[in-house]
Design a protein around this ligand. Structure first.
Ligand code: GLC
Length: 741
């Protein structure tokens, strides 16, 4: 349809029909079998039947047949036949669950992330998705916050910008009506990752300068890449809930970033402005939200119950409603829904494409790039198949290795590590014992209770645990290498999963300590959705492989890396803290006036733990051994027109082939506001053949030196700078240069 036709359509709509377009409900409302996923407190919105058949979009209904059934049911009762939009949380894949976003970000490979995104988009588009609530680009520095698992960028705004662009373009393609393209909804605006104390939904308060320097860039990149929608976050931003924050939505998103797309609230977030104490009642919540510029209310009924009255009281409100509805109609039009209300659903394609062998093979390869090898002493890895190996732990024979947002994927169908090892090893060489549960009854019941699920009871839990650990000990006694597969429960990570203690649970630590008594080589494979405290266990292992929640193909992907078919290449995008007390912690921090340069009381430090992170941003090992030398700048002075060329020699000193992520950091040594000790400004993921040595080149331009000053100008200041290059953010070579204005 042409835009004028959309405007004509708008003019034919009654006020109820317009307001309906601004309401999003969970799909179960249309489906008696309510197997659909609710990702928030499911509640009766009290919608009239008439309003129900006016709503503009549906949340989390997927599957060609189900989508068609809902669309048919809806259109049969819709006067103007304006099709429903289907929006979903395909956060890391639909039926093929990919690694959780924090893991994807650890690949430091834009093409890999794009490919995972494209496969997810295709699978979900033929299953009925028009819009995906992704990418989540909330900068995340606090491992206590459960949603760090969703952050594609971890703690770095440069990665956030690069990844946001890649994902939005991969989701949307050139033409939204084309098969495999879905609209991207970037979230959560804004600064949701900065919730105080890592407690979900908690307060966010920071200077505008801090916000612009660290948190805004990735949202900006997503919007500039054409994201069709943005989602407002649950938290307040400097005293006002993001969802009704005019400065945020109007001044920054609409006016400064020139965003023309749709603003959707998060789940019930308009109603929650009452609980925040920012809206007196439901009517004011609706007024605040429409005045701030929220186009669609997700899963609460402030708009459906109050907007009509507000419009009748004030014509200007109806003008805002008209603008919102036109934005919604425009997106439906871009998706081609007026010509074909079913979008690209296709039952036949679903049967052929979804979970097909080629995609699963691709998914496995892509997944392997997300693993981070944190330790590999005495070259315990890759494994020697002639050795007798014991697989021990709750994740040895466990298929629940997909993240908490993988609700469309069937976890029970995943292979386990034990399955995969059996494919490669004979019985006399392969031993297995579960050793312990992921969590004890008390902790599992915390999860089940929060999900309203029936609680479990374990008779004589303590005795059973001791017996199980003893059995594991006896099993491991026969082995030459012990592989411990441990970590978090997938429902300990994700939304509403903040934790004050990020150590492995007591029972798993008990198992580690018991097996360590055998004094045999031990390897830990870690399944988790956040950086964990490892300073109390890491020294007991010769090898540690961080696999996060690796998804559908995880077991095979991990096994091939462990046996050396594939060389791990991942690098951390979030610092691993010494413990929760050190959170938030991030590499691009300020120096303070008392950096810990010597062992002296009156320095910026803790009395009980080291100041630096346990594993640093950008860190990750390979089976290769990479040597960095000859860092050179082609000039040591630059003006704003100049480019400095940086070169460094990187040598693979091993017989393995593999990838290395060469990272470029810059430090502004002195500024009108303090500047971070280093900031990532470039990276290259390069393949090296055995014993290959190559010169790697970067360029530094004035844009890389700019920052937000006290007057909120984005400028570069003359003075001295340092360049750091290395395979992580700590072990680096350095050079200096001057910027002269
Ligand atoms: C949830 C999440 C958001 C998700 C939305 C729809 O509460 O905060 O990320 O997209 O609701 O499920």
């Amino acid at each position: 349809m042409k835009d004028k036709d959309l405007i004509n359509l708008l003019n034919q709509m009654t006020l109820d029909e317009k307001i309906g377009q601004m309401v999003q409900v969970a799909g179960d409302i249309f489906l008696e079998d309510t197997i659909d996923v609710s990702t928030g407190p499911l509640k009766n919105l009290g919608l009239s039947n008439e309003m129900l058949y006016n709503v503009g979009s549906i949340l989390n209904v997927m599957g060609a047949e189900r989508v068609k059934k809902v669309q048919d049911e809806y259109l049969s009762k819709s006067r103007l036949k304006i099709p429903l939009l289907f929006m979903d949380d395909v956060i890391n894949g639909y039926k093929i669950a990919f690694p959780i976003p924090i893991a994807q970000g650890c690949s430091w490979n834009v093409e890999t992330i794009k490919e995972m995104t494209k496969i997810s988009a295709m699978e979900s588009n033929i299953a009925g998705a028009n819009v995906n609530f992704s990418p989540m680009v909330d900068l995340s520095r606090d491992a206590r916050w459960g949603r760090v698992m969703e952050s594609i960028e971890g703690e770095d705004p440069y990665l956030g910008q690069v990844y946001a662009k890649a994902m939005v373009e991969a989701y949307q393609g050139k033409d939204l009506s084309e098969l495999g393209n879905i609209a991207s909804c970037v979230k959560h605006i804004a600064a949701y990752g900065a919730v105080e104390a890592g407690r979900d939904y908690n307060t966010v308060d920071m200077s505008e300068r801090e916000f612009r320097q660290y948190y805004l860039p990735s949202y900006k990149a997503a919007i500039e890449s054409g994201a069709e929608m943005i989602m407002t976050s649950f938290n307040i931003v400097n005293g006002i809930p993001a969802t009704i924050n005019k400065w945020l939505i109007q001044d920054i998103i609409r006016n400064e970033l020139n965003f023309k797309g749709i603003v959707i609230s998060d789940y019930g977030a308009i109603e929650e402005t009452i609980a925040h104490g920012a809206s007196k009642d439901e009517k004011q919540a609706a007024l605040n939200a429409i005045n701030a510029g929220v186009d669609i209310e997700m899963m609460s009924s402030m708009y459906s119950n109050n907007l009509k009255e507000l419009c009748l009281e004030n014509k200007e409100i109806e003008e805002k409603v008209n603008e919102s509805v036109l934005r919604i109609l425009r997106l439906k039009n871009k998706l081609g829904l007026f010509e074909n209300p079913y979008g690209n659903i296709d039952k036949q394609k679903e049967d052929i494409y979804i979970m097909n062998k080629d995609n699963l093979e691709r998914a496995k390869k892509l997944t392997q790039e997300t693993f981070v090898m944190l330790k590999n002493e005495n070259n315990i890895l890759p494994l020697d198949t002639n050795k007798k190996i014991a697989l021990i732990g709750p994740y040895a024979d466990n298929s629940a290795i997909t993240g908490s947002w993988s609700m469309f994927s069937d976890r029970t169908k995943n292979k386990t590590i034990l399955d995969m090892f059996k494919e490669r090893m004979t019985n006399e060489k392969l031993l297995y014992s579960k050793g312990t549960e992921i969590l004890r009854e008390e902790k599992i019941n915390e999860i089940l209770r929060a999900d309203g699920l029936p609680l479990i009871h374990v008779e004589n839990e303590k005795e059973k645990e001791e017996l199980s650990i003893k059995e594991a000990f006896e099993t491991a006694k026969e082995a030459e290498i012990i592989i411990l597969l441990l970590g978090e429960h997938y429902r300990q990570s994700g939304e509403a999963c903040s934790r004050s203690n990020i150590s492995l649970p007591e029972n798993q630590i008990k198992l580690i300590n018991e097996l360590h008594r055998l004094n045999k080589p031990m390897i830990m494979i870690l399944f988790n959705g956040r950086p964990l405290q490892l300073n109390n266990v890491a020294d007991k292992f010769d090898g540690i492989l961080e696999v996060w929640f690796p998804g559908t193909t995880g077991a095979r992907a991990i096994t091939e890396v462990l046996f050396g078919d594939v060389n791990p290449s991942g690098k951390l995008t979030m610092s691993f803290p010494q413990n929760a007390g050190q959170c938030p912690i991030y590499y691009n921090h300020y120096n303070t006036g008392r950096p810990l340069l010597r062992d002296f009381r009156y320095m910026s430090r803790y009395q009980d733990i080291p100041t630096e992170s346990f594993y640093s941003f950008g860190y990750g090992l390979s089976y290769c051994n990479f040597k960095y030398e000859n860092l050179k700048l082609d000039k040591n002075k630059m003006t704003e027109e100049d480019i400095i060329t940086v070169t460094i020699d990187v040598e693979n000193q091993s017989a393995y082939e593999g990838y290395e992520v060469i990272q470029l950091y810059i430090q502004d040594l002195f500024g009108s506001v303090v500047r971070p000790v280093k900031e990532l400004k470039g990276f290259k993921k390069e393949f090296f053949k055995p014993f290959e040595k190559r010169q790697i080149k970067f360029e530094i331009d004035i844009e890389m030196l700019k920052f937000w000053n006290q007057d909120l100008e984005y400028i570069a200041e003359e003075g001295d700078f340092k360049v750091y290059v290395g395979g992580n953010s700590v072990n680096v070579l350095e050079e200096t240069f001057k910027l002269n204005r």
